[in-house]
Design a protein around this ligand. Structure first.
Ligand code: NAP
Length: 278
């Protein structure tokens, strides 16, 4: 019994990210926002990132995290992840604000064309935008992280894919192709980082109730997706957070070069709520 309780305590402690610095791109809203809150609850210092002209959601998240805990445990940095200079400046701001190398990159920033065009109807502008943020942005963030994350333990690169890569549904060609590129890049990156103590993994959620998910979908379409779900509901941002918290932790060190599906819908090859393909 004592052994079990000691093991439990050790396992709980290993989730602590005390004073590690985590950049969470796209954390003004949606999944990224929840991840910023969760990593902060595990002790990490958070860089909240967004790109639009509206700073209010990011500022209000930072205020929530910083409430009653000087010095600040969260800062806000506006940066478009598809822009090389802005990504470099995002990392510069993180290092300067917390006087520390960055330990964890979680790249959740992403966009979807909510008109769900077929390949035949996908405009160059739509394709370029989806690839600029989802593939080029992931590359720029991962490259910066590969060069600048802390070596020797605790370094984590967590990129975001989608269950669409397994589902291959019509209307998602550019989005799915960009996410597939991220998955392939992550697997190679993990190998290239051998010896650094930095792990690289991809998280691929199923449908999660965020603005990105609801964009352009009718109530009927949403209901159909819910009906297909083994749990009879959409995923929520809080369903994704524990997995990312685990991957970011010391306990997650052995998980490397994987694709983690967080799917609450049978839109992949078999129903599941959580699987790690090791
Ligand atoms: N929701 C789902 O069902 C689902 C399923 C599978 C995968 N995903 C993936 O999960 C990730 C998060 O999705 P979500 O549903 O949370 O999306 P969301 O609610 O639309 O939030 C997107 C976030 O990304 C930011 N962003 C967009 N373009 C950016 C850029 N160029 N540079 C920096 N930040 C940018 C947005 O910031 P602003 O506020 O400034 O616009 C916002 O914070 C995405 O990679 C998405 O592809 C989502």
């Amino acid at each position: 019994m004592a052994t079990t309780s000691q093991q439990l305590n050790a396992s709980t402690e290993s989730l602590h990210l005390q004073d590690r610095v985590a950049i969470v791109t796209g954390s003004s809203r949606g999944i990224g926002r929840q991840l910023a809150l969760h990593l902060s609850s595990l002790g990490a210092k958070i860089v909240i990132n967004y790109s639009s002209s509206n700073s209010s959601p990011a500022d209000s998240l930072a205020a929530d995290i910083n409430a009653g805990s000087p010095p600040p445990r969260a800062i806000v940095v506006r940066a478009d992840i598809s822009d090389q200079a802005q990504v470099q400046s995002l990392f510069d701001s993180a290092e300067r604000a917390f006087d520390s190398p960055v330990h964890i990159l979680v790249n959740t920033a992403g966009v979807l064309d909510s008109t769900y065009p077929s390949v035949a109807n996908t405009s160059i502008e739509s394709f370029d935008r989806v690839f600029a943020v989802n593939a080029r942005g992931a590359f720029l963030c991962a490259r910066e992280a590969a060069n600048r994350l802390k070596r020797g333990g605790g370094g984590r690169i967590i990129l975001f894919s989608s269950s669409q890569v397994a589902a291959l549904r019509p209307g998602f060609a550019a989005y799915t192709a960009a996410k597939a590129a991220v998955e392939a890049m992550t697997k190679i990156l993990a190998k290239e980082l051998k010896g650094t103590g930095i792990t690289a993994n991809c998280v691929a959620p199923g449908p999660i109730a965020t603005e990105l998910f609801f964009g352009g979908r009718s109530e009927e379409q949403v209901k159909k997706i819910i009906d297909e779900s083994p749990l009879g509901r959409l995923g929520e941002t809080k369903d994704v957070a524990p997995l990312v918290g685990f991957l970011a932790s010391d306990a997650g060190e052995w998980v490397n070069d994987t694709m983690a599906d967080v799917a609450t819908i049978a839109d992949v090859d078999f129903p599941k709520t959580f699987i790690l393909q090791l």
